[in-house]
Design a protein around this ligand. Structure first.
Ligand SMILES: NC(=O)c1ccc[n+]([C@@H]2O[C@H](COP(=O)([O-])OP(=O)(O)OC[C@H]3O[C@@H](n4cnc5c(N)ncnc54)[C@H](OP(=O)(O)O)[C@@H]3O)[C@@H](O)[C@H]2O)c1
Length: 295
């Protein structure tokens, strides 16, 4: 059996692409207390608020040399890219530069869900396939829906007593992004074999329907809240009429389609096995963020 990967020199050097994002910022804070060097890859190093000891490296996806420079000396790379039309090209550029720079282990943030033409899942399928062909170790994290989606979808409406969507009675398992970051930390710190290829399906403790979430919000807010479900076409028309771009509308309606079909409803024990802790509950996330639903 081959030996596990050893750092190029002393402490492992971990590059984080997406360090300013939802999962990446928590992950970067967690790693700042670990015996590793952390470099944050960002398009806007001046705007990036990073923990002490973490260095920023500027990347311009239109200039591959900047990615190569940012990855110089890195042993491991974490990739979390926000949803955008450039996601596939940018992540593939990161992966290719990492392989060329001698990175030994890439951990990619992907998503749980079916094979589909819907974005962003279809993008993740393409990127994962590219990653699978590289001659280095990889770990793919496939989390269920992030709980903070609810602030974007329902916050701002719930104070009127209802919110709308097209999820019907579909069941969705929500995970707290802090738990995704905690799982990413473990995956990144683990010493793996050079040809290791793994995947982790990360979820919260149970699935919820939107009407069940409405009931929970009613209890927390002390006034009735209901979920009003539309058809996918009605939802698309309403989101476009509300001024959302066609890109964001497609993302939201696609997500609701998967919610409606309970396609993101799976519950796994992977988070607890990986971190030794139970995942945070949706009730906890709702209580901590209840102010978002009062506005
Ligand atoms: N939202 C969910 O429910 C969910 C569930 C499962 C999986 N995921 C996956 O998790 C990943 C991260 O999603 P997120 O919404 O949490 O991302 P995010 O935190 O909003 O973004 C992560 C980072 O991507 C970087 N980025 C680089 N180029 C970008 C571009 N052209 N457009 C947008 N961001 C860009 C940004 O860093 P700089 O600005 O510093 O360059 C940003 O901080 C996605 O791939 C998503 O599919 C999401």
């Amino acid at each position: 059996m081959s030996k596990k990967i050893e750092p190029t020199s002393g402490k492992p050097r971990i590059a984080i692409a997406g360090a300013t994002g939802r999962v990446g910022s928590t992950l970067t804070s967690l790693l700042a207390s670990d015996p590793v060097d952390v470099v944050a890859l960002t398009r806007r190093p001046d705007a990036a608020r990073l923990p002490e000891g973490v260095t920023a490296a500027a990347v311009d996806f239109d200039n591959p040399k900047t990615i190569a420079d940012a990855l110089r000396g890195a042993d491991r790379l974490f990739v979390s890219h926000g949803s955008s039309l450039q996601q596939v090209a940018n992540e593939i550029a990161l992966i290719d530069s990492a392989v060329a720079a001698g990175v030994k282990h890439i951990t990619k943030l992907s998503s749980i869900g079916p094979a589909t033409r819907l974005y962003p899942l279809a993008w993740h399928t393409e990127i994962e396939a590219h990653l699978s062909r590289q001659p280095i170790a990889s770990s793919v994290l496939r989390p269920s829906a992030f709980a903070d989606i609810l602030s974007r979808r329902a916050g701002g409406q719930v104070s009127t007593g209802s919110w709308t969507g097209a999820a019907g009675e579909g069941r969705v398992n929500f995970i707290d992004t802090r738990d995704v970051a905690a799982a990413a930390r473990v995956a990144l710190l683990e010493d793996v074999y050079p040809d290791s290829q793994r995947v982790y399906h990360l979820t919260g403790p149970r699935a919820w329907t939107m009407p069940q979430i409405a009931e929970e919000l009613s209890n927390l807010l002390g006034h009735p809240v209901v979920y009003k479900s539309r058809t996918l076409d009605q939802e698309r028309t309403a989101l476009l009429a509300a001024g959302l771009s066609p890109f964001v509308t497609d993302l939201f309606v696609g997500l609701d389609q998967m919610f409606r079909d309970s396609a993101l409803g799976e519950t796994t024990s992977t988070f607890e096995e990986l971190t030794g802790k139970p995942p945070r509950t949706l009730q906890q996330w709702l209580s901590e963020n209840i102010e978002v639903f009062r506005k």
